[in-house]
Design a protein around this ligand. Structure first.
Ligand code: TXE
Length: 494
């Protein structure tokens, strides 16, 4: 099938000079320009000037100035604005999906159904919390000596300005998780997008202004994370940092925030496992593996990368998986029949090809794929690797790509112990028709979220976040309230 035609709004937007979005206005960055690259072609898509330190400061000042009025706005008004933004994103679904697909290499179908439709769903979910973020009334135990009485209550008070640092794999959706949660609590935000995908959030910020969000409530600062990140985190107005990204950068962000006494939520990657129990058929296992490991070219922090299969089934599963992966339709993300687009950037392709070289050196068997696809873009064949042992590098280091590592087990208990030996624990899944057995494994798998007979499904009502080295704090559900509010106690004598 041919590529879909680009909307005129998309080509016009791309041709504009870009920078940041501060105080309700698009501003050209004062610092060095860089190209936003189309990963499907390796060609420049747009030019963007990085924000200077002074512009980062201006964004933080703007967010601080907007904070008091936003905090004091009736809660239902804040919720209504989030609903309006949800409607606006639904209306502009195709425009934003095309932009995001161009910048990230995500297939247009995924851009529509995950980036946009999920962003709309999360905005509506968080809007529903408006007016429901409450404290408690407490019975206190102080004795009364002269007839006086005591009572106490708690309030949930917004923290202030939130610095939201987001990655390139779901640049709209992950930003929306943070923006919507922060705003409904009464905080204002300064978002720092990834250098690879800086455009769609600029458009989202413009749309928010059209919806009536006051200037300064949502700011977007673009440029190199290594320079702007520390400036935003260290800024006197920063009350909280919410970060999603790599383990190394996340740990640096965590240290920087802790050194300044700032609150921080870290959602980092890791090396997620999927455990298939022996009662499933080969076809059921292959279906589960493809769902768990290969969506969005594997560039999902919760995706599974280590697959534990029963010893008497692994050969048949890998043979069937090879047939399935070898027939994957790889191509332009803007072709609606494409199942797999390019990796999101050159650095990602280089990182994964280096890890594949390590796998070969260590004696892992490349069952299928394993090669970059020649041409201008950053395409990689979907890959399955039968590792030599549980201590192979590919069982430990996140590829963040369409690369599954497979290993057999004789005893599922031994597989569980190996999985739990990982220093990471973002997500895991267990697959079986025996729900009793699966539930028992789910209780013992060490991860922030464990799926049974599914993988990578995120729901706004279900808390999400890492355990062990995969981060701290939880997004979604009611757990987000802790992230963005301070619990204040008020005691009264009467
Ligand atoms: O991520 P970074 P990168 C993993 C994946 C990938 C690797 C590198 O394995 O191969 O990370 O990707 C900003 N202070 N994930 O380099 O560096 C940066 O500008 C503050 C997993 O893109 O973590 C961007 O906005 N911020 C992941 C954000 O941090 C800094 C998703 C993430 O960038 C900073 C993406 C600093 N010192 C990649 N340095 C997941 N778990 O979802 C950079 N940044």
């Amino acid at each position: 099938m041919p590529q879909i035609p680009l909307l005129a709004e998309v080509t016009t937007f791309l041709a504009r000079p870009h920078g940041s979005y501060i105080e309700g206005t698009a501003v050209l960055g004062d610092d060095a320009p860089f190209h936003v690259i189309n990963p499907a072609t390796g060609e420049p898509l747009a030019t963007l000037n990085s924000a200077s330190q002074a512009q980062a400061d201006a964004a933080m000042q703007s967010a601080q100035q907007a904070f008091a009025a936003w905090r004091d706005m009736p809660t239902l008004h804040r919720g209504t604005l989030l609903l309006k933004l949800a409607d606006k994103l639904a209306e502009k679904r195709e425009e934003l999906a095309q932009l995001e697909s161009l910048c990230s290499g995500k297939t247009i179908q995924l851009a529509r159904m995950l980036e946009l439709d999920q962003s709309v769903a999360f905005l509506r979910y968080f809007a529903g919390w408006a007016g429901k973020i409450n404290g408690e009334t407490l019975d206190v135990s102080l004795p009364s000596f002269a007839g006086e009485k005591y009572t106490a209550f708690t309030r949930r008070q917004p923290l202030g300005v939130v610095v939201a640092i987001v990655p390139w794999n779901f640049s709209i959706m992950i930003a929306v998780w943070k923006i919507a949660a922060a705003l409904v609590c009464g905080c204002t935000v300064v978002v720092k997008p990834s250098e690879y995908t800086p455009l769609t959030l600029l458009r989202l910020a413009e749309l928010a202004t059209e919806c009536g969000f006051p200037p300064g409530v949502i700011n977007v600062v673009n440029g190199p994370g290594g320079e702007l990140g520390p400036a935003l985190i260290g800024h006197a107005n920063c009350a909280k940092v919410s970060f999603t990204g790599s383990v190394a950068t996340g740990n640096a962000v965590g240290r920087a925030a802790a050194a300044q006494g700032k609150r921080v939520t870290l959602e980092l990657g890791g090396k997620n496992a999927a455990l298939f129990l022996n009662d499933l058929s080969v076809t059921e296992m292959v279906n589960g593996i493809v769902e768990a490991g290969y969506l969005n070219q594997g560039q999902i922090c919760a995706a599974a990368e280590c697959f534990w299969l029963p010893a008497d089934k692994i050969d048949a599963v890998l043979q069937a998986l090879k047939t399935r992966l070898d027939s994957t339709v790889i191509g332009s993300p803007l072709d609606e029949s494409t199942a797999m687009g390019p990796l999101a950037n050159r650095a990602q392709l280089e990182k994964i090809t280096a890890l594949l070289a390590t796998a070969r050196r260590e004696g892992d068997e490349i069952v299928c794929g394993g090669e970059a696809i020649a041409g201008g873009g950053y395409f990689l064949q979907p890959t399955a690797i039968r590792v030599a042992s549980a201590s192979s590098t590919l069982m430990k280091e996140e590829t963040f790509g369409p690369v599954g590592s497979f290993i057999s087990y004789d005893d599922p208990e031994q597989a569980l112990q190996n999985i739990n030996a990982s220093p990471f624990g973002l997500a895991a899944s267990v697959w079986s028709r025996n729900i009793s057995q699966a539930l028992r494994f789910s209780e013992r798998l060490e991860a922030g979220i464990v799926w049974i007979n599914m993988h990578t499904f995120l729901d706004p009502a279900v808390p999400f976040g890492g355990s062990k080295g995969s981060g701290s704090g939880r997004e979604f559900g009611s757990a987000f309230i802790d992230d963005y509010t301070e619990l204040k106690s008020i005691m009264v004598r009467y």
